[in-house]
Design a protein around this ligand. Structure first.
Ligand code: NAP
Ligand code: GDD
Length: 322
């Protein structure tokens, strides 16, 4: 039986990827950082909390990653762990650089020191395009990161390429555009909105405070995007791929979809609060997933409308139970 090790298994993407790999017959291990309170609600949401084996370790602690690799003996390592909230990366830039940037190098080193035949997936991001240099971003678009998070990911990107070229490692970078789901962290804008819509509809909240609602994002569904991660590691050669939908929408558009789903008008509840503006903003992202389609046969299956409605429905169910 093939084994896989996933870092960041308690985050949004980890459980979707774990479920996909379990369905394909893998034995799935997850690296989990020690927290004072267990953080496995997302694994529970997908019904797989008893199907994965968790190993304690931290991306900033090389020895713990080496131990996790020795214990799990994986054919594939998916490095999804990171401090991934862009706004926090200005509050904690050094921690972000250590986990989101140097953490990638730690995993690459751990593989180099244990078993160079392990296939490696690195979770990279459209944030690296930042101040966009082309109106539609592909694998060939120059990078211009705009946050400590984006800069840290770019370090991880070049390290992944360097280890691939230096040591012939099967190392792939997935340059993923924003992807969301009912188990998205509450601080990210889609989930903040869908949670607020549920609370407003059920009379538990009366306004929604947001920052820059003119920002545009290319939003897809996390469950679709983890398939692209797996496909990258099944190819004959390692490579880098943009994963996106090819459609962009404003935060305002997304709010409209969410409120309309419960027959409310977002304009009656939205308050602009400068507190949520960022020191430097990524104004627009729009990805070109042509290479992923051609080489991996990957296409997104879920529309923005379906995605946001499913998130509102999940939040309505959650808030009703509180
Ligand atoms: P997420 O929900 O923020 O999850 C991040 C995971 O990393 C959590 O399990 C977290 O553990 C773990 N983690 C953080 N610091 C760690 C450390 N020092 N050692 C070990 N684990 C640590 O992120 P996501 O949305 O699932 O995204 C997965 C990956 O894709 C991230 O690398 C993110 O940067 C990248 N990405 C995401 C998107 C997107 O739109 N979702 C787009 C492009 C790229 P705790 O829960 O215990 O803190
Ligand atoms: N979070 C948040 N909260 N964002 C807001 C708010 C608010 O109240 N108001 C407006 N926004 C705008 C942000 O300024 C940004 O332009 C946009 O909504 C999306 O913000 P987030 O949902 O926080 O995501 P992100 O695009 O900054 O980063 C996400 O996607 C990246 C891929 O492009 C994260 O998942 C990153 O980890 C990921 O790499």
């Amino acid at each position: 039986m093939k084994s896989a090790l996933i870092t960041g298994i308690t985050g949004q993407d980890g459980p979707y990827l774990a479920r996909l790999l379990l369905d394909k017959g893998y034995k799935v291990y997850g690296l989990v950082a020690r927290r004072s309170t267990p953080n496995n609600w997302r694994l529970k949401f997908l019904g797989i909390e008893n199907k994965v084996e968790l190993i304690e370790g931290d991306l900033t602690d090389l020895a713990s990653i080496i131990r996790a690799i020795k214990k799990s003996n994986p054919a594939e390592v998916y490095n999804l762990g990171a401090q991934s909230f862009v706004a926090t990366s200005w509050e904690q830039p050094i921690l972000t650089a250590q986990s989101t940037g140097v953490g990638v190098l730690n995993v690459l080193e751990a593989i180099r020191l244990t078993d160079l035949s392990i296939r490696f997936y690195q979770a990279l991001t459209s944030e690296m395009f930042g101040l966009i240099q082309e109106s539609i971003q592909s694998e060939k678009t120059p990078f211009y990161p705009r946050s400590p998070y984006g800069v840290s990911k770019l370090f991880g990107h070049w390290m992944t390429i360097n280890y691939r070229e230096s040591f012939s490692m099967f190392a792939c970078s997935g340059i993923l555009f924003n992807h969301e789901s009912p188990i998205r962290g509450i601080e990210f804008v889609t989930r903040k909105v869908t949670d607020a819509v549920a609370r407003i509809k059920l009379g538990k909240q009366n306004e929604l405070r947001l920052g820059n609602i003119d920002a545009k994002r290319d939003w897809g569904f996390a469950g679709d995007y983890v398939e692209a991660m797996w496909l990258m590691l099944q190819q004959s050669e390692p490579d880098d791929y943009v994963v996106a939908t090819g459609r962009t929408a404003t935060v305002r558009d997304m709010c409209q979809i969410a409120f309309e789903h419960v027959s409310l008008n977002y304009e009656e509840y939205l308050v602009i609060d400068e507190k949520f503006y960022r020191p430097t903003e990524v104004e627009v992202l729009l990805g070109n997933p042509a290479k992923a389609k051609e080489k991996l046969g990957w296409v997104p299956k879920t529309s923005l409308e379906e995605l946001i409605k499913s998130m509102v429905d999940a939040d309505l169910a959650r808030v009703k139970k509180e």
